[in-house]
Write a protein that binds this ligand. Structure first.
Ligand code: NAD
Length: 490
């Protein structure tokens, strides 16, 4: 009998009254790890009620005191990094090294939010007219909510959570129902902080839970990360209900390899981008456009690297790539590969249905490389979210940039070159929010916003850094006049 996970509401672990649960499986072994409850609107309401009550005082706790909780949290996350990483690998399937890096990124966001005493300062102008001053103050919004995807269960909530509470808001976290165990452990650590009850709450669930969050009149702001169709839906429903929303969606990330790129470095970096985390990163390279003479050299090198990667259970020594998340995901990826091949692409490395000794039932897809992919095909245009790299060949960098800009997404685009002029043109013209020059996963540090354009983002202000501070505060502008005789007293 596996345990059913609890919600964390008003500083206490609550057994959910949900009638429906889902089994959480280890995607390598298919062992059942736990059951996750699909919480109802009533449980969302309990969390909101606690968060509304907590906000009344939390808002007035000085920001210097609020960030002291984050100093403590940083230490706890560092002390428990191995345990958290192990949980991520068990439920999400990535390698232990990848899971550790993920928690490191979470910690970096806590560190940046510790600077909130300066980050949320307003500004003022004295004597905008004689005897009149004007002041801008930043104040928190109230109750905020975070809805997270499956692929970074330990990191993505931290693009928002530390900023939300450091700014004086209270917050409800809804993890992905596919990987709820990591946040369960994070909340065990948060419980040790002795935050006032209701400042942070955890509600497990899926669509019904999300809809209850989106419709709750006392939730002021929604931070969402997930696929584009759901991001669009969440954004529209949140906006229709008068909420502030930032919704990060899916991606189809292209990279360009020019003939003057350093071949060894480019191959290593592109392989990591395309196949790291089994391609389940919103910043994974999915299409590589070779230009001119780069075609043959890069194709041979990336094919050899893809073939050589060690795939297996992420906790096992020496494993370089883990599983995809589910049977559904595996079959969807394999169908897209077949469709690409049917439409004329050459399968240089076919990673479908590999046999991984000891893990025969696991959701594995090995690195896959297809050549001469039709730029109009599904393979070239749809988000695959698996370890599949499509190669397209063009003659000039301008053609490559034009092709990229025709895509519906705009999460990341990268260029590999030693030419400063080509790099500048690319950086200037390409339509994407995160750009890499000789970088394969252009993930912004915590003190920069995680950008994203076009169908990869709905909203104005992104997660992380200064954007997060803007998102989680509202400005108040005060204009003050004082009588002349008041100033003469000095
Ligand atoms: P998803 O859209 O299926 O789920 C995301 C969240 O939305 C989950 O919490 C889920 O419970 C909820 N949800 C799912 N369907 C819903 C519905 N119909 N109505 C309301 N809520 C719903 O995404 P996923 O499969 O968990 O994650 C992978 C996706 O996330 C990929 O598309 C990836 O590109 C994207 N992603 C984007 C970024 C980014 O920064 N742009 C980062 C990570 C992941």
């Amino acid at each position: 009998m596996t345990n059913t996970l609890a919600n964390y509401i008003n500083g206490q672990w609550n057994h959910s009254s949900a009638t429906q649960t889902l089994a959480i499986l280890n995607p390598a072994t298919l062992e059942t790890l736990a059951q996750v409850p699909l919480s109802s609107a009533m449980e969302v309401n309990q969390a909101v009620t606690a968060a509304v009550a907590a906000f009344k005082d939390w808002h007035h706790v000085p920001v210097t005191e609020r960030v002291r909780y984050l100093f403590h949290l940083r230490e706890l996350l560092k002390q428990h990094i191995d345990e958290l990483a192990r949980i991520i690998t068990l439920e999400c399937g990535k390698t232990l090294t990848e899971s550790c890096q993920e928690i490191q990124r979470a910690i970096e966001n806590v560190e940046v939010a510790c600077g909130m005493p300066i980050l949320m300062q307003g500004y003022n102008s004295e004597d905008i007219a004689r005897g009149i001053d004007e002041i801008l103050i930043r104040q928190p919004l109230g109750v905020t909510a975070v809805i997270a995807p499956f692929n970074f269960p330990g990191m993505i909530p931290f693009w928002f959570l530390p900023y939300a509470i450091a700014c004086g808001n209270t917050c409800i976290i809804k993890p992905s129902e596919k990987v709820p165990l990591t946040m369960q452990k994070v909340f065990e650590l948060l419980d040790l902080l002795n935050l006032p009850p209701g400042v942070l709450n955890l509600v497990n669930g899926s669509k019904e839970t999300v809809d209850a969050i989106l419709d709750h009149p006392q939730i002021r702001a929604i931070s969402f990360v997930g696929s584009t169709p759901v991001a669009r839906y969440v954004y529209s429903r949140a906006a229709a209900n008068g909420k502030r929303a930032q919704c990060q969606g899916g991606a189809k990330n292209p990279i360009i390899v020019l003939p003057d790129a350093d071949l060894e470095m480019t191959t290593r970096i592109v392989a990591d981008s395309a196949f790291g985390c089994a391609g389940q990163r919103c910043l994974a390279a999915s299409v590589a456009i070779t230009v001119g003479e780069a075609r043959q050299r890069f194709t041979e090198a990336i094919t050899a690297t893809a073939d050589s990667l060690v795939v297996g259970f992420g906790l096992d020594e020496g494993v370089q790539m883990g599983t995809v998340i589910s049977a559904h995901s595996k079959s969807r990826i394999e169908e897209l590969i077949q469709k690409g091949a049917d439409e004329g692409a050459k399968l240089l490395v076919d990673g479908r249905s590999p046999r991984i000794p000891g893990y025969e039932e696991g959701y594995f897809v090995r690195p896959t490389v297809l050549q001469d992919v039709d730029p109009r095909s599904d393979l070239a245009r749809t988000e695959i979210f698996g370890p599949v790299l499509s190669l397209i060949h063009l003659e000039t960098v301008d053609e490559a940039i034009d092709l990229i800009n025709q895509g519906q997404y705009g999460n990341m685009a990268c260029l590999f070159t030693s030419s400063g002029a080509a790099a500048r043109k690319f950086r200037y013209k390409v339509e994407a929010g995160n750009i890499g020059i000789n970088i394969g996963v252009a993930a912004p540090m915590a003190f920069f916003p995680f950008s994203g354009w076009k169908e990869s983002f709905f909203g104005d202000l992104h997660g992380q850094g200064r954007h997060a501070v803007e998102f989680f505060t509202q400005t108040k502008v005060v204009v003050e006049r004082w009588p002349k005789n008041w100033s003469r007293q000095f």
